[in-house]
Design a protein around this ligand. Structure first.
Ligand SMILES: [Zn+2]
Length: 97
């Protein structure tokens, strides 16, 4: 499964709910502490603290059980969003069922 930016945003949200702070790196960016999921998700999601890496990997493991077939398509910009999102990650527009 090729990663998408939407999936990266979902991962970051899930990590945030678990208290892990991180950021999304595009392939041209450099830096970060934990080299996380480079082979699992593209673009890469990085965590700020090494201590968070174990927890982050657990979150990502559970993330892979999320049904990615279900998406909400933003009416404003047409971007696909995970069903858990209430706002479009791309344009911050409200997502409806
Ligand atoms: Zn949108």
């Amino acid at each position: 499964m090729a990663g998408t930016l939407a999936e990266a945003h979902l991962m970051l949200q899930l990590l945030g709910e678990s208290g892990v702070r991180g950021k999304i790196l595009n392939q041209y960016s450099q830096g970060g502490v934990g080299d996380l999921a480079a082979t699992e998700v593209l673009p890469e999601v990085w965590v700020y603290r090494d201590d968070d890496e174990t927890l982050a990997r657990k979150v990502i493991k559970s993330y892979h059980r999320v049904d990615l077939e279900k998406v909400r398509v933003c009416k404003s910009c047409g971007e696909s969003n995970p069903t858990t999102f209430e706002l479009c990650w791309q344009c911050s527009g409200a997502l409806e069922e």
